[in-house]
Design a protein around this ligand. Structure first.
Ligand SMILES: C[S@@+](CC[C@H](N)C(=O)[O-])C[C@H]1O[C@@H](n2cnc3c(N)ncnc32)[C@H](O)[C@@H]1O
Length: 231
């Protein structure tokens, strides 16, 4: 016969064990060894050939006093370019869900030995946590396909933009044009889907840059595109 004490013990175990097991599950983000590899991959010198970072920055027509948010900033491959472009006249927000990435990003900016204004935001997966009405240019490179509920996310991004704010999205083509990536292409978001989701979030495609061989590069504005000859 099972006594009351045994039943209570069993109930206790049934409650405690799953709670313990839950804590043993891997953290939702990559651990430090993965992060090291991830950073190496993002920073590899060969990336320059196809990513053309200087041409990207030039195409974005950045001016000194701009505030730029680099969402999914990672190791800072582009953050450093933006910091260099606006120095201490403008402002750069580096936004990422992964604190170790932002730590590396910040350390590398220190090495630029230039005066700058930058903030490093450890964001939530569904919220970039940017200040309202402050950002002239939101830049999202190779990160759009990481976002969940993208239209909702981009609505939050909209609240951070200034009146004439823009959102630039670069991501890999979901077909052969992107070449070998090291992950399945069904994780990627086709360009037409980006345009559709951005429209759902209240944006219009304003410019398409076509000089990147493996990625689309799209610029969006909030609302409708102004008619030619208008304000
Ligand atoms: C492929 S890396 C791109 C890094 C950088 N933009 C570049 O081009 O070098 C994607 C980055 O997005 C970050 N990330 C993933 N999901 C995110 C989210 N929901 N919000 C912000 N950052 C996110 C990852 O931690 C990672 O640093």
């Amino acid at each position: 016969m099972i006594g009351t004490k045994s039943v209570l013990l069993l109930i206790g175990l049934l409650w405690v064990v799953p709670a313990w097991a839950q804590h043993q599950q891997p953290a939702p983000h990559r651990g430090p060894s993965d992060i090291k590899q991830y950073i190496e991959q993002l920073e590899k010198p060969e990336r320059e050939k196809d990513q053309k970072p200087d041409e990207v920055v030039k195409a974005l027509e950045i001016t000194d006093y701009m505030t730029i948010a680099d969402i999914g900033a990672g190791s800072g491959y582009f953050t450093r370019k933006f910091v260099w472009a606006v120095q201490d006249k403008g402002m750069v927000y580096a936004v990422d869900v992964e604190p170790a990435m932002l730590k590396y990003n910040e350390d590398m900016i220190e090495h630029l030995h230039t005066p700058y204004n930058a903030k490093f935001i450890v964001s939530k997966p569904n919220d970039p946590m940017l200040p309202a009405g402050a950002v002239d240019l939101v830049f999202i490179c190779n990160t759009y396909h990481h976002l969940e509920k993208r239209a909702d996310y981009l609505k939050r991004v909209k609240a951070s933009l200034t009146k004439k704010g823009r959102v630039a999205i670069i991501d890999f083509y979901h077909d052969d044009r992107s070449g070998t990536l090291g992950f399945p292409k069904d994780h990627l978001v086709p360009q037409e889907t980006v345009v559709k989701e951005m429209a759902e979030a209240g944006y219009t495609l304003a410019k398409e840059h076509t000089f990147l061989p493996r990625q689309y590069f799209l610029e969006f504005i909030v609302g409708e595109k102004p008619k030619a000859g208008g304000e």
